[in-house]
Design a protein around this ligand. Sequence first.
Ligand code: SF4
Length: 395
Amino acid sequence: MVLETLEKINQAVKERPRELVKAREKGAKVAGWFNYNIPEEIIYALGLIPIRLGTGGDDRLVEIGARYISTKNCVYTRELVGLFARNQDPYIINSDIVAVDATCLQTYRVAEVIKHYFKVNTLILGVPKHFSEPEGQEYFRKELQSFTRKLEVFAGTELNSNKLSESIKLYNDIRKSLKQLYKYQAIEHQPIKWREVFDIVHAGFYLDREKYLSLLQELLTELKEKHGEPVIGNLNGDARILISGSIIPPGDTKLINIIEQVGGRIVGDDLWSGLNPSLDVNIREASIKGIAGAYINRVPHAALPFLDLETDRRLKNLKQLIRDHRAQGVLYHTLRYCDAFSFKAGETKNVLKVEGVPLLEIHTEYAGSDVEAIRTRAEAFVELIRNKNILENEA
Ligand code: SF4
């Protein structure tokens, strides 16, 4: 059954670049950002238009980016540089400032490169590696204070506590709606596919956030009216796969296509371009301190080292998502030169083995030369899960 709201969301995304141009003509300022830990709540409360930048899957842009940044950087960062170098992406063209957090040092490096070569007005937010220690948390609080002060100067206004409270509520509602959407895609006869939900997450990188929330709520109402509450009942023999690992940004469909082509069903993710940013953000007070505490204490990105496997919240979160979405296997995607996720593949595999969940690591780039090799491995993985299903049903 066709979901009418999906079409509305797609249409809104198509119209968004033109909307941004008009908004800027009327004096609005756009704050583009990339990396993983920029609190959009602050950007929005200052009356700026937040846009999450970055695309993937375009080898031509990777090549252009490689003229300015080492080829030993991941393809995502090379494509980011390529986007700025080519200067045709509507969101990059319309960004008046580009905010970057230092979670992954490769993207931090991109900030230096685009400032140097393309004179982009960048603003950096420091992120501590020792994030769980009180000193690390204090560092992040101070960094966010300083980041906010600079953003206030840029916006020409001061952060107002009422506006911040409204902004936090808006973002909490968006996160809540996205989590509910993920439940619908995981049910037995799914009324919406994971891939569609993933695209909806990406629509939220661009759309006006109030309009986005209203579309999400409309979609949830439509789903509820047509399909009731999302309850995961009996599983129907699908090979249910959860995707984890390096970022899969808008435009990078290589792995997703392969999984679908070999008959796997994606039922969830713990990607930083997917569900993860919506998880575990508990803002206890409407202040910079409250936001800093919430962001630094959420599920840690893999670029932030967590050395104790027993208490690593990244792994705990992954295990919980596997249970919530009834995933039977994990496809762990690592981009070449993405040390943050590649280094953690082995430990993730070992931890999941104890839980009886198989993990397949796919180490790749955007070029198409390894598609057939990946297809063969993904096919075997889907077959393994299917056979496991048959054995479990017979037992
Ligand atoms: S975390 Fe990995 S994929 Fe993401 S920017 Fe850093 S190196 Fe690239």
